[in-house]
Write a protein that binds this ligand. Structure first.
Ligand SMILES: *[C@@H]1O[C@H](CO)[C@@H](O)[C@H](O)[C@H]1NC(C)=O
Ligand SMILES: *[C@@H]1O[C@H](CO)[C@@H](O)[C@H](O)[C@H]1NC(C)=O
Ligand SMILES: *[C@@H]1O[C@H](CO)[C@@H](O)[C@H](O)[C@H]1NC(C)=O
Ligand SMILES: *[C@@H]1O[C@H](CO)[C@@H](O)[C@H](O)[C@H]1NC(C)=O
Length: 612
């Protein structure tokens, strides 16, 4: 009697244990086991897991990493295990939260089946060092979030599908396979790594950015392009083409001459007109004429071009700095070019200017900045001397009593503000990328602070709309050093006063940027936009953290993605230190950069290892 009761008890307890230990549902576990069966591991030890009677998360199956918040599988990394079977995505992609899959350095054969597109969340997909063969399925280009695709060192063949719609892709490694045909389009502007060496591709290289050198394409005898010894020009019959060249060039000469004459006539007309309009558009009059209706025309016009700038013999007073974008830039052209107001901030307006020839520019226009001409000039020269890849250089500047103009190259990929808070076109701004933006910006600022410490020039107005993305999506800090030092804001703690005698002031001035950067970190972590100087967001985050609901502050997209909560919390602490109400308590930019760099490195290691 006693015996049976205790047996029943044991049964009951083990049933309880069993049922609570289950995290993924049974269908998913069966699918995972089926996936492993096809991979055909040669020999496994009992604690390898991957069987129906255990759980992938709680029983710690080899190569499986789970999301810590709800215990679902997010990574499968099975490298160097001499697996010799085939890959079965139909089963594996039942794991709906799978982000990382690596089967590197095994002995797998067969193709990549088209069902790979069921792995909708997949961001990292590694298959290097196997014996996969056949065509890549078209559906591989339907993975909406894939960032790293590494299929090098296999036996794949046939033509590549069209990857141009895979907008999230950052890495494409397909070297050492047997691919043929032409190289399809990729988003070369966005790709960070690209390699198709040692295949059998033919035809021209479509990469028009020139960001990847010959090493990315070598070993394809039929491929041609600027970066290869094999250039794409087709040889024609010499005599014929010489005659034709002559005819074409002489045609150009005539056309060019006509154009010059036409331009000269136009310019003369314009000059006359300019003289007529000048008085009405000068800023002195602008402020007096107010909103009277007869100045309405000129006012709207001045919003859309820069012609209202003080215009008396100014061409010599614009200084073109060392950036290559300034080559051949002339002030007159800048003023005449069509301009579009794109933003009006607390320290000036921003215009986009389309040049007749050359890339579009951005002009920052600051009014009534009480800084002497000499001091402004010195400041600009100093900033120009210091170059950092994550800092947007000033192309040229102009200075008069009433206003200052600063010219930058236009960045068409927009700002961090837009990426975080604008419409995202279905593109995920994931945790790894956010961490990388934070780290690069922090490093650039720390560098600038070091270089400009003696000159007391902080950024002064750091915010997410001043962090732009270059054509390769690298972040760069814009508008460095444009905040008037004597700016009196209601919040004295945010903007330093003009008192520069104290040693402490030196560090205090730079701590303004540390605060601004802290707010940017909070935007990255919460996904919430900021108003004014970010104090509202800072207060909200502090109150939530104080109530110990820290998890609540994070951007839902980051939670969904399965970003490491531990690292998010650590970055949150950095942000809270940066936004400390007392400037002395804030870390220096250098310290901030070091902390974030180590977080980023940890994140990168975790993406490929099987540790959480
Ligand atoms: C299943 O995997 C678990 C976890 O590694 C292990 O303890 C158990 O012995 C395995 N069961 C079988 C039948 O192999
Ligand atoms: C891998 O498995 C094959 C059998 O498929 C075996 O011949 C080979 O020795 C194994 N290699 C290693 C490194 O274990
Ligand atoms: C791959 O498998 C073949 C037999 O199928 C075996 O000869 C070879 O050693 C294996 N390679 C490795 C690296 O284990
Ligand atoms: C588990 O959490 C991740 C993110 O943390 C989420 O994407 C996923 O949908 C969750 N899965 C389940 C089954 O709740």
């Amino acid at each position: 009697m006693d015996q049976t009761r205790s047996n029943a008890c044991v049964l009951f307890v083990s049933f309880l244990l069993f049922s609570t230990a289950r995290t993924e549902d049974e269908g998913v576990i069966k699918a995972l086991v089926a996936f492993m069966d096809k991979l055909a591991p040669m020999q496994t030890t009992p604690n390898w897991g991957w069987n129906i009677s255990s759980d992938p998360c709680t029983s710690k199956w080899v190569g499986v990493t789970c999301d810590t918040s709800n215990q679902t599988v997010k990574k499968v990394v099975l490298e160097n295990l001499n697996l010799s079977g085939t890959f079965d995505p139909l089963s594996l992609c039942m794991v709906s939260n799978l982000l990382v899959l690596s089967l590197n350095f095994n002995n797998l054969t067969g193709t990549i089946p088209p069902e790979i597109s069921n792995c909708k969340r997949l961001t990292h997909f590694y298959l290097t060092g196997n014996r996969f063969s056949g065509n890549l399925p078209d559906s591989l280009t339907n993975l909406p979030n894939v960032k790293r695709l590494v299929i090098s060192n296999n036996e794949f063949s046939g033509e590549l599908p069209d990857f141009s719609r895979t907008t999230s892709l950052l890495t494409f490694f397909a070297q050492n396979n047997r691919f043929t045909g032409q190289l399809p389009a990729f988003n070369y502007h966005q790709l960070q790594d690209f390699n198709v060496a040692n295949n059998d591709f033919t035809g021209p290289i479509p990469d028009d950015t020139g960001r990847f050198d010959g090493n990315s394409f070598t070993g394809n005898p039929g491929l041609c392009g600027k970066v290869l010894p094999n250039s794409c020009q087709v040889k024609k019959k010499e005599k014929d083409s010489k005659l034709r060249d002559f005819l074409i060039y002489s045609g150009y000469v005539v056309l060019g001459f006509l154009l010059v004459v036409l331009l000269a006539i136009l310019l003369m007309k314009k000059k006359k007109q300019g003289r007529d309009e000048k008085t009405d558009l000068s800023p002195k009059n602008g402020s007096q004429s107010g909103r009277s209706s007869d100045s309405k025309n000129s006012r709207t016009r001045s919003e859309f071009s820069l012609t209202s700038v003080e215009n008396g013999g100014v061409s010599s007073s614009m200084v073109v700095l060392s950036s290559p974008a300034g080559n051949g830039l002339r002030f007159e052209d800048l003023l005449r070019a069509p301009a579009e107001l794109i933003a009006r901030g607390n320290n000036g307006s921003l215009y986009k200017v389309k040049q007749e020839s050359g890339a579009p520019l951005v002009v920052k226009r600051i009014k009534n900045w009480k800084i002497s001409k000499d001091e402004f000039k010195k400041r600009m020269q100093k900033i120009d001397e210091i170059k950092h890849p994550n800092l947007l250089p000033v192309v040229a500047y102009y200075s008069s009593k009433q206003e200052k103009l600063l010219v930058y190259e236009y960045q068409q990929n927009g700002s961090l503000f837009r990426l975080l808070h604008g419409s995202q076109n279905g593109q995920i701004f994931d945790w790894g990328s956010r961490l990388s933006v934070a780290s690069n910006v922090a490093t650039a600022l720390a560098f600038m602070h070091r270089e400009l410490e003696a000159h007391l020039i902080p950024h002064g107005n750091l915010k997410s709309s001043n962090i732009l993305f270059k054509s390769d999506m690298e972040p760069c800090v814009s508008e460095y050093g444009l905040m008037p030092i004597d700016h009196h804001d209601q919040d004295q703690d945010l903007y330093p006063g003009p008192d520069r005698t104290h040693d402490r002031t030196t560090t205090k001035i730079f701590k303004v940027d540390v605060y601004g950067f802290g707010v940017v970190l909070l935007e990255l972590l919460t996904g919430k936009p900021v108003q004014d100087n970010g104090s509202g967001l800072v207060k909200w985050v502090r109150s939530v953290v104080h109530e110990e609901w820290t998890g609540e502050v994070f951007d839902k997209l980051l939670i969904v993605e399965g970003a490491s909560e531990e690292r998010m919390i650590r970055l949150l602490h950095v942000a809270l230190n940066c936004t400390n109400g007392s400037r002395e308590e804030r870390p220096t930019m250098d310290e901030v950069a070091t902390m974030i760099l180590s977080l980023k490195e940890e994140e990168e290691r975790s993406m490929t290892s099987s540790d959480p």
